[in-house]
Write a protein that binds this ligand. Structure first.
Ligand code: GLA
Length: 735
């Protein structure tokens, strides 16, 4: 309030109170500002979002031609434009017209400022608050809305977006992620033209296979990685979303983001409130990579579970043995990963089921008891084996699901999602069903799966939490007939309730969000999860493209990235292990193969890669990203780097993405270094017979950022070891 009043008095000092009506609210971080006009009795106006504003410029913003648009447009009066919220009041009136009633600013214990602009409908006792929370160290501002129904009867929310941002019309480009199962995180960059661009999800359970709830807007034409004014936006939600940009005949691109309201109208009884998920906004003048760095830092510091704790190097059993779990096989894999320097073994699907053993994907989900035919000494036996190898043990579960062939479903058919009067549609394996997390009894069951495992086996270090089905029928056996439209939202509220309980009881176990590969790469789930599974596709070449896109919004520490077998199980491409390791080492490194099928030479390369990764792990997992050459630009090479915040240690990655004879590749210029520091170059994962010409040599940051280093196109190896792949990882250490 004090802050606000300072600006008010500054304004009042400049002109007479009769002329100045604005009540300026300045929501700033060190490098960004969001400026509102929240005059009581008026509508809430957004004047600016972007670069940090000097107070003198704030005072003359309106004269300069500020945005001056409704900061959260509601539906009904002049209904032609898109609205962020639309409501049917208790008496059937479909118009809402709110005015500002108050401004409240509180300071959270971490120094963050939360500003709430309270509004109320001019006629109805319907309250709407627009909230803003600043994260000063990361230049992120979150916005969200909460509404309370104080009317006499039920109010129906027809649309309830988290936020709205008008962006000045111009050569604005949208960067977004799209894809499919096994092809997640693909990057699309296109200019905004007239009409509506919509990004949406309707899966019900998983929300990041086909599109993502995060975007970037480049304000200075074609997006650049390290230059240009760029806005980033991330909806923090795990369910169905809708992001859209309406470029109409005004001077603005109108950006809206929130829960997808389609088939999800929400009934608020008298006295009830509804809170939208937050929309995180950031702004950088250092291009797309600048926005990524803000999101990564914010995510690690405030959102990602245990975001500042190093992640272990693991072997996952899935592609090594699939459902063929047995004790000797698990023990062999544990010894092999320990021998290569790994730190954790994760037993994937196939370990459970008593009456119905899980031998394939058509049975047993819900029956989380160990199959003692496969594992006579149970989970404790596996933990002991892990311990004797000096590594940790982790396990796969899929607790939101069941199969028609399971003891759980036999006992509780009422717990599944299913439309009244119709048979349930069945998914994976022809039998998979989704449990109805809207139902508190189901929430208990899902909580108990994890709680029981962790209580019985407190030494479990890691859980891979999978979710392999969408909501296949719109129907809850728990919700009342008039609230069936709550299903999608209540499912995710139930999911959050369960996760809160789990984290309260078990704060330390690492939990991976997997959902048919990369179906849960979103900032909605990461407060409870330590990482996500990026994709079921482990092909190193395709991973370069997928991880490039994923890195726009998510830090390497959260991005599971595994060395898999050759030929690859998805694309059948044959890629040498050096290249596979060099790609996997740009994320949270792991292995996903059968070590006993590796040659001794491959094992030696991986052992070396693991040892090298341990050295650079803090730089990769906590460093700042600078993307240099995009694989999407088709230049034959992709390159990026991570650097410590102190700029004293960096890792540079260079991957050749295609091979032609006598081809010419660009020389990659680095970024993010300190121009005045001198960096010594060491190649990691070296396979060449001779060191690179610049091995052990030192260069100034200035030189490396203007000229880069000449990377040879091929590896100097014995003739029979030549392949069509080449890649390099260089460590740059400042003296
Ligand atoms: C999903 C996951 C895989 C694996 C299988 C097990 O597809 O994405 O990594 O865990 O389930 O059934």
């Amino acid at each position: 309030m004090k802050h606000i009043n300072i600006f008010l008095s500054a304004l009042l000092g400049l002109s007479t109170p009769a002329i100045v009506k604005a009540e300026i609210v300045d929501i700033s971080t060190p490098n960004t500002s969001l400026i509102l006009d929240a005059e009581k009795g008026g509508s809430l106006r957004l004047l600016h979002y972007g670069n940090k504003m000097a107070s003198s410029d704030i005072a003359t913003l309106k004269e300069a031609g500020a945005i001056d648009r409704n900061a959260y447009p509601v539906y009904g009066i002049l209904p032609q434009g898109e609205a962020a919220m639309s409501v049917t009041h208790a008496d059937g009136n479909m118009t809402t017209d709110v005015e500002v009633t108050g401004i409240d600013t509180t300071t959270a214990p971490d120094g963050a400022k939360v500003t709430t602009i309270s509004m109320r409908d001019k006629v109805y006792p319907f309250n709407l608050n627009v909230n803003y929370r600043t994260y000063p160290a990361e230049d992120v501002i979150e916005t969200w809305v909460d509404v309370t129904n104080n009317e006499k009867g039920t109010v129906r929310l027809n649309r309830f977006m988290s936020g709205y941002l008008p962006v000045r019309y111009g050569d604005v480009w949208l960067s977004q992620l799209y894809g499919s199962w096994a092809n997640e995180g693909k990057l699309s960059q296109t200019p905004l033209n007239h009409g509506v661009r919509m990004i949406k999800n309707k899966d019900g359970v998983r929300n990041s296979h086909t599109s993502h709830a995060e975007i970037m807007l480049s304000l200075d034409g074609k997006p650049q990685e390290n230059t240009g004014r760029t806005i980033g936006a991330a909806l923090e939600y795990s369910g169905n979303y809708k992001l859209f940009i309406d470029t109409d005949d005004s001077n603005y691109h109108h950006f809206f983001a929130g829960i997808n309201e389609e088939n999800s109208a929400y009934n608020l009884k008298k006295g009830e409130s509804f809170v939208t998920p937050p929309l995180a906004l950031t702004y950088s003048e250092e291009g797309l990579s600048g926005v990524s760095r803000n999101f990564h830092r914010w995510g690690r510091n405030h959102r990602l579970h245990n975001g500042n704790k190093e992640r272990r190097i693991l072997l996952n059993s899935w592609e090594g043995v699939y459902f063929d779990i047995d004790e000797a096989g698990m023990a062999g894999m544990m010894k092999d990963i320990a021998d290569m320097g790994g730190e954790l073994f994760v037993m994937d699907d196939g370990w459970f089921g008593d009456k119905y053993p899980r031998d394939n994907d058509s049975t047993s989900l819900g029956d989380w008891v160990v199959d003692t035919d496969k594992l006579p000494n149970g989970i404790q036996g596996l933990i002991e084996t892990a311990k004797s190898n000096g590594i940790k043990f982790g396990i796969w579960i899929e607790p939101e699901m069941t199969n028609t062939v399971s003891e759980l479903y036999e006992k509780h058919p009422e717990y599944i999602i299913k439309a009244a009067k119709r048979p349930a549609t069945q998914g994976r394996g022809g039998t998979q069903l989704v449990l109805d997390l809207a139902n508190p009894k189901v929430q208990d069951i899902v909580f108990t799966v994890v709680d029981t495992l962790m209580r019985k086996y407190p030494e479990i270090d890691y859980i891979k939490w999978d979710a392999n089905a969408p909501i296949m029928d719109h129907g809850s056996q728990y919700l009342t007939a008039d609230n069936q439209s709550h299903l999608y939202i209540d499912y995710h509220q139930g999911f959050e309730t369960v996760l809160n309980r789990i984290r309260k009881a078990h704060p330390d176990v690492t939990i991976q969000a997997c959902a048919s590969g990369g179906g849960r790469a979103n900032w909605g789930v990461l407060p409870w999860f330590d990482e996500f599974w990026t994709s079921d596709n482990n092909d190193a070449l395709q991973r370069i493209y997928m991880q490039w896109g994923t890195s726009y919004f998510f830090p390497a520490i959260a991005m599971g990235s595994h060395i898999s077998a050759s030929p690859n199980h998805q694309t059948f491409r044959r890629i040498p292990v050096k290249f596979r390791a060099d790609v996997a080492m740009s994320g949270r490194l792991g292995l996903e193969l059968q070590p006993k099928n590796m040659t001794d030479e491959e094992k030696a390369i991986v052992k070396n890669a693991i040892a090298d990764y341990k050295k650079i792990r803090p730089i990769v997992q906590f460093g700042d990203i600078y993307r240099l050459v995009s694989p999407y630009d088709g230049k034959g090479v992709a390159s990026m780097m991570y650097i410590t915040p102190e700029k004293d240690d960096a890792v540079f990655y260079w991957w050749k993405t295609e091979t032609f004879m006598n081809q010419q590749l660009p020389r990659v210029v680095m970024a993010g270094l300190d121009p005045d520091k001198t960096y010594t170059v060491t190649e990691l994962n070296r396979i060449d017979n001779e060191p690179l010409s610049f091995e052990g040599k030192s260069f100034t940051g200035r030189y490396l950022m203007s000229n880069g280093l000449e990377i040879p196109l091929t590896h100097k190896v014995d003739y029979h070891k030549n392949t069509d792949y080449a890649s390099r990882i260089l460590r740059l250490t400042a003296k």
